[in-house]
Design a protein around this ligand. Structure first.
Ligand SMILES: Nc1ncnc2c1ncn2[C@@H]1O[C@H](COP(=O)(O)OP(=O)(O)O)[C@@H](O)[C@H]1O
Ligand SMILES: O=C(O)[C@@H](O)C(=O)COP(=O)(O)O
Length: 417
């Protein structure tokens, strides 16, 4: 019976969260899509949805169905995981999904904290920073699907929900769990339904987690989940675990599939070009899924075996914008996702058993195409990106958030499996 039931709005985010929970001593399993049968035995179950950019009604319906399955399995607390860069549109989906879960769980206030200090995401006076830059000057303002043009999270969340949004500021968070809990009560009394919570350090995240021990719903990035396992340990519900991150040894061919257009991923591709056979598909020159897939299939034959290979569709903002102008934002994304999913399927059919996918939506498309049902979580390559094992497919998978990982990530990742 899981103690913590988690609903993640994309697949890289789900492995990021699962990895955090494993590090904090919870046996954690990631389930792909709304669970249909009985849930695997674990301390925490993370349901990975591809709901970040889905229509609001779909995102709400899938999240509620996932919540239902987690509650039926016995989960005592629900965690709604979204991106540490608060990726969303004015329509949602962070606000509407949170509201729907609050109603289902009878929660009168939900905290919202995307901070992930280890990866440079901090929240101060309600403003989200990526490194030293405000969110809207971090490159995220050019994201292909969820451009983030405002760093003021109180304002961003308020645009997505009718529920009033308040702030628990740094000065309160820095005083610890008791002060934070008092601030939650104050906001609730003042009629707020949502509380953006500042956090600059892991100690802040631990204190926020402690203050939320009795909240039926917690929302945020993987960082704020860090403080939740300790609540269960304190209550005597979570025994010590020491084998949480072991996976079977990896083998077979190795490949990277990249569909993220983030600054970090573009840099990683730039470095990997000098280290592995690399194909860069040009979706703008060939805006046709069948033709792009055929190019990739023709190229990969004969390349597999000696070491990892890389196939990328990633492009800089001007080329992404040009393709979107031609096809529309969603159609452009969907076209490239379809190509990358078919490329991944072909790679696996040719013996790839260690597959690294860059990009959240891209990972969702790939994992769905491969028909994977569950993932076991292993050790991290870099913060937020673990190797995982898909038992049903006999496949090691790493799902890299576009923004995560050092510049040599694609090269070093295969030393870890
Ligand atoms: N050359 C391109 N032109 C337009 N869109 C692209 C291109 N390459 C990738 N994309 C799309 O950009 C989106 C990137 O999102 P995602 O995979 O979530 O990456 P990230 O993790 O960086 O957010 C996907 O929908 C992908 O299909
Ligand atoms: O919280 C994060 O930053 C990640 O876990 C995440 O959600 C990544 O999303 P993508 O950048 O779309 O991969």
């Amino acid at each position: 019976m899981p103690l913590l039931g988690c609903i993640a709005d994309d697949f890289t985010g789900a492995t990021d969260l699962a990895s955090t929970l494993v590090r904090q001593g919870m046996r954690t399993v990631q389930v792909i899509g709304v669970p249909e049968g009985p849930l695997p035995e674990a301390d925490a179950v993370v349901v990975a949805l591809k709901s970040r950019t889905a229509p609001v009604a779909d995102a709400v319906a899938w999240s509620l169905a996932a919540c239902e399955a987690l509650l039926a399995a016995g989960a005592r607390q629900i965690f709604h995981k979204y991106c540490s860069t608060f990726d969303s549109t004015p329509a949602g989906n962070i606000g509407p999904v949170t509201e729907a879960l609050m109603k289902r769980l009878g929660a009168s206030l939900a905290l919202a904290c995307p901070a992930f200090p280890t990866n440079g995401r901090t929240v101060f006076q309600g403003h989200l920073f990526v490194g030293q830059a405000l969110l809207n000057e971090s490159g995220m303002e050019k994201h292909p699907l969820t451009p983030m043009t405002d760093a003021n999270l109180v304002r961003v969340l308020a645009a997505q929900t009718d529920g009033a949004v308040g702030l628990v500021p740094f000065a309160t968070v820095d005083q610890g769990a008791v002060a934070i809990r008092r601030a939650f009560s104050g906001l609730q009394d003042a009629g707020r339904r949502h509380a953006i919570v500042d956090a600059v350090t892991d100690a802040h995240l631990m204190a926020i987690g402690e203050a939320a021990s009795l909240h039926p719903l917690v929302t945020g990035g993987s960082g704020v989940a860090m403080g939740l396992p300790e609540n269960f340990r304190r209550a005597g519900a979570l025994p010590p675990r020491d084998d949480a991150a072991s996976l079977p040894p990896g083998g077979g061919h190795a490949a990277v599939v990249a569909g993220s257009c983030s600054r970090a991923t573009l840099g990683q591709i730039g470095l990997a070009r000098d280290h592995m056979p690399t194909l860069e598909l040009d979706a703008l020159a060939t805006p046709d899924a069948d033709a792009l897939t055929a190019q990739a299939l023709a190229w990969m034959d004969g390349k597999l075996g000696a070491g990892p290979i890389l196939i990328a569709a990633s492009a800089p903002p001007d080329k992404v914008a040009a393709l979107q102008e031609k096809l529309g934002r969603e159609a452009a994304g969907a076209l490239v996702e379809d190509v990358m999913a078919r490329v991944a399927e072909a790679l696996v059919a040719r013996g790839v058993r260690r597959l690294l996918v860059a990009g959240g939506e891209t990972s969702g498309a790939v994992v769905q195409k491969l028909g994977i049902a569950t993932l076991r979580i292993g050790a991290e390559i870099d913060p937020g990106v673990p190797w995982c094992f898909a038992e049903d497919a006999g496949l090691h998978l790493a799902l890299k958030s576009g923004n995560f990982g050092t510049r040599d990530f694609f090269v070093k990742a295969f030393d870890h499996v």
